[in-house]
Design a protein around this ligand. Structure first.
Ligand SMILES: *Cc1c(COP(=O)(O)O)cnc(C)c1O
Ligand code: SF4
Length: 328
């Protein structure tokens, strides 16, 4: 039986960190899975609340497939590398990625509430590049010196793994800069660890002087449980604009009907679909790739079946480009 954890920190500490435990919980035999022989340097991490949304006994469960290490991660795919989107060449200073006009992205932390096998930053040198201590002062100075920056994006890793105090301070320091209109948070935590959205955090959000946008990350309707719906409505009540980005993943959501379902369910949670990303070519993720031709066909399916505002933009990230490139 699952006893609910008392705090989000406890829920995070209770997350599955062993393939054997997760398999036992889901009544799966490791022999039925394509597991690597040795533990990966990017270990398993799955909050129990998220694991509870997986179907027991199903090795192909679309949520399980996103988090379970696979032998195929060791395959070499041409064109796949450790910095697929040119983040490193866009590092303005420690913790600050300035790639696009008018907005900067901060590497607020390297930690995440879940480890997604397809993650494009799975090989990112967080230890060297995350924002901490005095680096925050120089990031603030960087933004103060540039009038054209109107939006600060907290990313990572996952910024919601910072303590309330750290997160609140970070948001406030940037929100207080006169030319900053919006603080944006890129996070998968509300979806995988809804306990993180505490009353305290909501209070911190409502006090912020800038507008707050939260870009969530769900790839499949099955991820959107009632507990997620509840915290989304609380976030909406605090005036947070909720958007979602997904990654197109082979065998997980590369299906027109599944993607329609995802958009519909997102909207019923007050979340608008924002981006549908082609996979970024990070080493170890090649087995998740969906071809551009198939992606286009899927996007057309969405356009044929959904109102325009429920069709996410299909995009790919290109090193050195001025924006995420639309595919259509
Ligand atoms: C994706 C991304 C952004 C935000 O781009 P939008 O198109 O505004 O969502 C900003 N900076 C970096 C480095 C990014 O990767
Ligand atoms: S939550 Fe986001 S940054 Fe973290 S592992 Fe998943 S995709 Fe990567």
């Amino acid at each position: 039986m699952n006893t609910p954890s008392a705090t989000w920190q406890q829920a995070l500490a209770d997350a599955f960190d062993s393939v054997a435990d997760l398999c036992a919980y889901l009544q799966l035999s490791p022999a039925d899975l394509n597991l690597p022989e040795h533990a990966s340097a990017f270990p398993l991490r799955v909050p129990r609340d998220f694991a509870a949304r997986m179907q027991a006994g199903n090795p192909d469960d679309p949520l399980l497939r996103q988090v379970l290490p696979d032998l195929a991660e060791l395959n070499d795919y041409p064109g796949y590398n450790d910095d697929p989107v040119g983040d490193l060449q866009a590092v303005a200073q420690t913790g600050v990625i300035h790639k696009y006009h008018g907005r900067i992205l901060l590497i607020a932390t390297g930690a995440c509430a879940v480890h997604c096998r397809y993650c494009f930053r799975r090989n990112f040198p967080y230890a060297e590049l995350q924002l901490s201590g005095q680096k925050v002062d120089s990031a603030v100075a960087y933004v103060e010196q540039r009038q054209e920056i109107s939006e600060v994006i907290l990313s990572g890793g996952d910024p919601l793994l910072l303590s309330d105090t750290k997160l609140e301070q970070l948001m406030r320091r940037f929100a207080e800069i006169s030319h900053i209109k919006r603080i944006r948070i890129h996070t998968r935590t509300p979806v995988v660890l809804p306990q993180r959205i505490t009353g305290e955090l909501l209070k911190a959000f409502s006090k912020l002087s800038a507008q707050l946008v939260m870009v969530l990350h769900a790839n499949h309707a099955q991820e959107l449980s009632d507990s997620v719906k509840h915290i989304c409505s609380e976030l909406r009540h605090c005036g947070v604009t909720l958007l979602n980005q997904s990654v197109l993943l082979k065998g997980i959501n590369d299906d027109g009907e599944r993607l329609c379902e995802l958009s519909e369910r997102l909207f019923s949670f007050n979340i608008l679909p924002y981006y549908l990303h082609l996979l970024d070519r990070a080493s170890g993720v090649g087995h998740f790739e969906v071809s551009e031709a198939k992606a286009r066909a899927l996007h057309q399916h969405l356009q044929r079946h959904l109102p325009g505002y429920l069709v996410p933009k299909l995009v790919m990230e290109q090193a050195g480009a001025a924006y995420k490139i639309p595919i259509c």
